[in-house]
Structures are given as structure tokens and as C-alpha cells.
Write a protein of this length. Structure first.
Length: 505
């Protein structure tokens, strides 16, 4: 599911105003000044329908001190098309952390069935620190924003320096604000949005990291949780460093599946007659690219940048076509000397959040800075402080999971981050949520979906057998139908279900 570009006249957004309350009412309800705001809705831009409206709310930076500093939350809405059938609001989150979501009512909402759009106001929002919501910036250079850092003995010291530098620059630029850029506070912001919109409960559709955010909201505000759809769920217990390492673990069976599929099509792709031969072809290409980068269509690939495309192997046909093209390029001996290798032309990078293609007035490092800010503040205590621990883990996991284990276990800025304002949330309660999961999701593997399912007692899970790629919504009619039924009627499947997809290609 692709998210379309959003061109917004952001200067037209006007902060909402709050009615002045008495000192007594503020003392009784310290959040009243926020929950009683009246949004000043305005047309978001000239390219989308006039019914696509935007506003800006104020929320406390620190919910422990609601009378202190404030921060902006940019929100949007598309009203339900039927006043008679309207049920309430459906909040949308694209994932990340660090993914802006203000454009989702028009970009993702366009793909929703009419039954859903008749019943819900579609509500988008940029989470705190993201996009138009008082965006965080650390002044990171392009190289400092690069998260793809495989382990090598000769570059590990440089990687440690990178991680330390990112953490230090963020602390210098944003200071104490970083402590409050957490999932729990974003969940509180969602509840302010609910109150401002005059709703007793919210329904929700979250993708990837957005599933964790939705689960945290349900844990914090169970009585205000209505119909929650969690698409491509993360394991709430592994959120943090374990989330990265799960991708390395899952890449190996996807790689084996790819080699089996490709071997059956040797006459077409000529990569090997057996899975072992296909894998040998691949690793020979990696070794060759380590010696001399391979020029594929003007893009240079080293062995590490080839391995960095581990997400590609969850889509067997795309991966096979790409490797076959790499092999032809290598055989043509079109090595390009003196040019910096660049993986930007690769078929499919490691999945990130669903996001707009452009955004005005947002710092260029905002997505990266806000991702680290939230992830590190949420899970700082789960990251080792000793760089040598990362070295040992990266060496171990490169041996266990050769495709990308070292990428995932190598050092990250969270090793040097200051803790967030409160401990992370333990997700465990009864929630009537619907979890959607592709079998071959490279970013949020099925084991994570099953773990979320166990944590949310009362939930149901729909698995797309043979489903490839990250995000289910819009890719499988069977799963989409179950989500539509749940959102429009409240009926969950009587038991967990498996949907099928064409797996033979």
C-alpha cells in the first residue's frame, strides 16, 4: 500500500484556542485547558477535497506538569460521508516511530471501502515531534542519518562514534524535550484528540510501530478503546533492540524460501538449479562486490549494500529479478572506480513508516531524529551501555544470520541516550482488537503478531498465508473484508483465521 504525496499550505494552519477556565476548574481538571479546545478547522490544501480539513492543537509537553511548556499536534479529518450511519472517529497512524500521519485520511483513506468512510470521520495526526507537530531536529548530516551500518572490525570504532555523535547532537539541540517524546505521551495526545473531538471512545487503525502505539493506548485508556485494527504487529515485549534483531532472524527463512523459488525457475533466471546453487551465486556476488562495487544502472553496490536489501527477499519474484540483473551487471565488468557506492536504486529498502513523499517546513532530519527520540526514550534501559557488547552481539549474529544479523545487532544511538520520562508500558490486557499479519513480512515478522495477539487477550488474528511485504491493508481481499466487517459491525471473527494468497507466482 503506497501513501501518496501531500502538498499542504501549512502556513494556513492556525492553532486552536481554549476557553479561559477558572483557577478552581484547572485545579480540579489540569487537562481541561487542552481537552476543551475548539479546533479551528481550515482546508488543508488546494489539491485535495475541501472536506479534508486541518487544525493544530496544544498539548502539554510534560503531562506531569500540564501547566508548563506546550507542544503542537497537527491533526486532520475527513468527515463521515453519512451523518445517519456515522459511528465516530477512526484515528490513523502510519508507523515509525517517526512517521507523519496527518495526510493519511486522503492518502490511505482513498483506499478504504465506502462502508468504512460512511461510518467514520477519518482522523490523521502527526505524532509529537514529527512532521508539523513541533518537529524535532538534531541537525544531523546525511551520513549521520544513515542507519544501515553492518559490522566490520575496521569500521566498528567509526560506528561507535556515529552512535555517540547522534545522541550528543540530539541532546544538544533538543535538551530536556527529548525525555517527553515517548509512546505513552503520544497515547495521551491521542486521548486529548478524542476529547477535543467530543468522542467517548476512539477507533483506530495503526500500521507497524503504530500497532504498538495502539496497544499502549488500549492499556492506558481501556474504557475509551473502541474498534482497533493493528496491521503488521510488533512484539510488544521486544519493542526496542529486539525489534531490530527480529528482522535479522526472520531474514534467513525468507532468504531460504527465495532460493527454493528461484531454483525452480533456473531456465528463466539462470541463478542455480538447486537452492544451494542459488545461495552460492548470491554470496559470490556479495564477495565480488566487496572487492569491486557492481554498477547496476548507475548505482554502485558493495557486498554490504547488497546485503542491506534483506527486505527484498520477502518478495521472491522481485528479488530474483534484481539478483539476476546484478549478476549480469557483474559479468559485464562495468565497475565504476572513484564513485561512492549508493544503495538508493535498490528495489526495496528496509521498510519504514508509511509517509508522504514531501512535507514543507519540516527539518530534513526530522524523520530520523524523531525515530531515535521516541525509540530511545521508550526503551533506553533495554540497550547495553558497553560498546563491546554490541561488537560481540554483531559478530555472533552475523554468524547466525549471515544476511543481516550484524546490521541489526550493531551499535545504535540508544546506547548513549538519556532515559525517557517514565518506564515503558507492559502490554497485557483484554482488548477486542483485530490483528492482520503477512506470513512473509520482513519488518514485523509473524512471531511478533502472535506475541501481540497473546498480550491482547480477546483479540483475533488474521494471517495471510504466503502474504509478502510489509503491511496487509489493501493487498488481500480476504483480510480487508474481515477488517471492514469488524470496523462497520464490531464483529470479530469467531476464531483466528488464515487467508490465502497466490504463492506460486
Amino acid at each position: 500500500m503506497a501513501v501518496g504525496a501531500v502538498t499542504a499550505f501549512l502556513s494556513a494552519l492556525t492553532p486552536a484556542t481554549a476557553p479561559a477556565g477558572s483557577e478552581a476548574s484547572v485545579a480540579k481538571d489540569p487537562l481541561r485547558q487542552y481537552t476543551q479546545q475548539t479546533p479551528r478547522w481550515q482546508r488543508c490544501d488546494a489539491k485535495n477535497p475541501a472536506t479534508y480539513q486541518c487544525a493544530t492543537l496544544k498539548v502539554p509537553l510534560d503531562y506531569g506538569n500540564p501547566g508548563g511548556k506546550k507542544t503542537d499536534i497537527a491533526i486532520s479529518r475527513l468527515k463521515a460521508s453519512s451523518a445517519k450511519e456515522r459511528r465516530g472517529v477512526l484515528l490513523l497512524n502510519p508507523g515509525g516511530p517517526g512517521g507523519p500521519g496527518r495526510d493519511l485520511p486522503v492518502s490511505v483513506g482513498a483506499e478504504f471501502p465506502e462502508e468504512v468512510k460512511r461510518r467514520y470521520d477519518l482522523i490523521g495526526f502527526d505524532p509529537r515531534g514529527v512532521g508539523q507537530s513541533s518537529p524535532v531536529s538534531c541537525g544531523l548530516t546525511g551520513d549521520e542519518q544513515d542507519m544501515e551500518r553492518p559490522y566490520r572490525t575496521g569500521t566498528f570504532a567509526k560506528d561507535v562514534k556515529w552512535a555517540r555523535t547522534v545522541a550528543a547532537k540530539c541532546q544538544a539541540e533538543e535538551g530536556d524535550r527529548l525525555r517527553h517524546l515517548t509512546t505513552r505521551n503520544t497515547a495521551r495526545d491521542m486521548d486529548v484528540i478524542r476529547a477535543v473531538l467530543g468522542e467517548k471512545k476512539i477507533s483506530y487503525l495503526g500500521f507497524s510501530y503504530g500497532t504498538y502505539l495502539g496497544a499502549v493506548y488500549a492499556r492506558m485508556f481501556p474504557r475509551r478503546t473502541d474498534r482497533f485494527v493493528l496491521d503488521s504487529a510488533a512484539d510488544p515485549a521486544r519493542y526496542g533492540r529486539g525489534m531490530f534483531q527480529a528482522m535479522g532472524e526472520r531474514a534467513e527463512p525468507a532468504f531460504r524460501r527465495w532460493s527454493e523459488w528461484t531454483a525452480r525457475r533456473h531456465t528463466t533466471y539462470e541463478l542455480g538449479r538447486t537452492p544451494a546453487e542459488v545461495r552460492t551465486t548470491f554470496w559470490d556476488l556479495v564477495a565480488q562486490a566487496d572487492r569491486t562495487p557492481i554498477d547496476r544502472g548507475g548505482t554502485l553496490f558493495t557486498g554490504d549494500t547488497i546485503r542491506a536489501q534483506r527486505a527484498t527477499f520477502s518478495r521472491v519474484q522481485k528479488a530474483t529479478t534484481w539478483v539476476a540483473e546484478l549478476k549480469k551487471a557483474a559479468e559485464s565488468k562495468k565497475a565504476a572506480e572513484g564513485r561512492k557506492p549508493d544503495p538508493s536504486g535498490a528495489p526495496e529498502p528496509v521498510p519504514g513508516p508509511l509517509r508522504p513523499e514531501s512535507a514543507r517546513d519540516v527539518p530534513p532530519d526530522n524523520e530520523t531524529a524523531s525515530a531515535w527520540a521516541v525509540l530511545c526514550a521508550d526503551t533506553r534501559t533495554s540497550w547495553p551501555r558497553d560498546p563491546e557488547q554490541y561488537r560481540r552481539d554483531a559478530i555472533r549474529d552475523k554468524a547466525r544470520y549471515p544476511l543481516s544479523g550484524d546490521f541489526e545487532s550493531n551499535i545504535k544511538p540508544c546506547a548513549f541516550w538519556k532515559p525517557g520520562s517514565e518506564p515503558r508500558t507492559t502490554v497485557t490486557n483484554r482488548v477486542r482488537a483485530l490483528i492482520l499479519q503477512n506470513e512473509w513480512d520482513p519488518a514485523t515478522p509473524p512471531a511478533g503478531g502472535r506475541a501481540m495477539h497473546r498480550a491482547l487477550r480477546g483479540s483475533r488474528m488474521v494471517t495471510v498465508a504466503g502474504g509478502e511485504g510489509h503491511i496487509v491493508n489493501g493487498t488481500n481481499s480476504c483480510a480487508d473484508k474481515r477488517a471492514t466487517v469488524y470496523l462497520t459491525t464490531g464483529r470479530l471473527p469467531a476464531k483466528d483465521l488464515t487467508c490465502r494468497t497466490h504463492d506460486g507466482l
